[in-house]
Design a protein around this ligand. Sequence first.
Ligand code: ZN
Ligand code: ZN
Length: 399
Amino acid sequence: MCQSCNDTFQTLTRDGESRRNFLRSGAALAAAPLAASVATQAAAQEAGASLEASEVRAWAAFDTDGSFAPHTVPRRAAGPKDVVVEIMYSSICHSDIHTYKADWGMPQFPLVPGHEMVGRVVGIGAEVTKFREGDIAGVGTMVDSCGTCANCLADREQNCLNGTTFTYNSEDKISGGVTYGGYSKKIVVKEDFALRIPPGVDLAGFAPLLCAGITTFSPINHWDLQPGQRYGVIGMGGLGHLAVKLAAAKGAEVVVFTTSEDKIADAKAFGAAEAYLWSDEAAMRSQMGSFDLMLSTVPVAYPMQQFLNLLKLDKTLVNVGALFPIEGAHGMMMGFGRQSLAGSMTGGIAETQRVIDFAAHHGVAASYEMITPDQIGEACEKVVNKQARYRYVIDMTQA
Ligand SMILES: [Zn+2]
Ligand SMILES: [Zn+2]
């Protein structure tokens, strides 16, 4: 029984932690028994403290106008399969903005967004096998799913038939209430929903891979983009710029369509072979029927037929940006070329690990600007106004 919280479970967890620390510590085995014992006890006490339930500092939106302010949120005591992650970097995804603006329905305020985070593991439950204390871990768009339905068993936790628990503003089936995301100092998450971040990478540049990276990586896997194939990326913001980098690393011939003139040069620097403005009618005409796959990352609804026309016969335009009713697709024209308009949203945990490992192997990371937590509101405005180049990463060590 834990003396501070009357919880039997805490004691079991601490004992497991103590054993694990001892077994892993070569130094403890080599040192004098008394010194080893004292050191192990101290480590166990420290580890135990990091497994307890806590109140952590966060930055929250309190209403739909997006002015963020400091807040405190509860984090549960770590269970045997949980890891405690001290968040270092958390990046701003357009979904965070859609959520506080109530574009997808009224959220529960105070809302703590953030589903692209990287941090240090500071506590591990007794049965955790994937992480050790001190490892770097990432958490993305979801923190739990049933684990038993057909979709979960197919590594599609984001499509759980019993309801995925998303990282914020989602029913918390473990602690009750809603989930709170990465604009906070710490998160407690099942190890199965934490991702391994390899050593030596730019941690801030890897945070955006946890949503933007997997969201743009999953379609090129599912639709099997091959080296040399022509791949169109529509919109080049947070998602789009990673779509370009990842597909270029796969050897595809990437073509960007943007509405911002200054992004043309950036697109080529990120690995695109060509880049055009949507308003360039001659360029749009020249691309008709030439693409093997297209990805739309634009975060608002817009007429998509103009891009469906650019696909080869039987090919697909995948929409990952506009999570709204789709307008402007024409049945006759799509039928004429037998093109498909498809949806895709984030990716499973195994596939998310794949994109992280792929990015580390190919030297891909997000291009970003670091901000402090008090700049979140201002940065969100810039995202909406297409001024982000290309992700804002919040330095949560400053929170
Ligand atoms: Zn996102
Ligand atoms: Zn499931």
